[in-house]
Each structure stands twice: as C-alpha cells, then as structure tokens.
Design a protein around this ligand. Sequence first.
Ligand SMILES: [Fe+2]
Length: 144
Amino acid sequence: MIPNYQEYLALEEAAKYSIDKNHSLIAVHGLSLRDQIHVWHWQTEVGDQHKALGEFYENLLETLDQLVEAIMGKYGRISVKSVGSPKPLVDLQDLKNIDAFVDEYIKLFDNFRNTTFKNDTEIQNIIDELVAESLKLKYLLTMS
Ligand SMILES: [Fe+2]
C-alpha cells in the first residue's frame, strides 16, 4: 500500500532517527550522570573526592560518546525530542548519597544492557565500561 503524506513523513522521520526511544534515553541519562558528578566535583571540600569525581566525569564523557556513536552507527541517529532531561541536578549531601546515586545508574545501565541491547555485544561492551568506571568511582570514594 502506498503511504499517505502523513505516513510518508512518519516513515522518513523513523528512518532518520532511531525508532527505539531507549537509544536516546541511555544518551540523556549518561549526560545527566556526567553533569551531576561534575557539580559534586565542584562542591566537595575533600581533595581525593574532587580528584576521583573529576576523573570519573572526564572518562565518562569519552565512553558515553563512544557508546552513543556506536548505537547511532548501528541503528541511526538518536532524537531527544520526546526524551527530555530525566533528573534535576542536586547539591552534594554526603558520600552515601553519591554511592547510592551511582548505584542507581549502574542498575539503569545494566537494564539497558540486558533488554534494549541484549543482542548487541559490541554495545554491551561499551556499557560494561561505563559500569566498570562507575564501580571504580565507588571504590575510590571509600578512601576519602
Ligand atoms: Fe575540575
């Protein structure tokens, strides 16, 4: 059947942008994690924490960039139109908060890995790197 004009536009949009909203969501969540850690990097008064948080957000940005570009290489460009910003930034409370916050993201990344990207081992590998960096941060924070 020949699509009408509206359907044609929708098809064109779908071809241009990745159909799976989760492809965009993992990108936006990753950026949100990066921004939050950067804010805490500025707010902490402990030198070792400042350093650990700084290294984390720098490495995260590179790994996230690799991840999103690999996803787009395989599935097409992401679209943030319907995704928005998932988490508002918050001030630094204490170490427990950072640990719990990072844990939430580890769960989130694992969830994407085991559902949306369950058949994409090359993408899973990059998600594993994100998780490994998060675990390293948790460890480094036990020393400050
Ligand atoms: Fe800095």
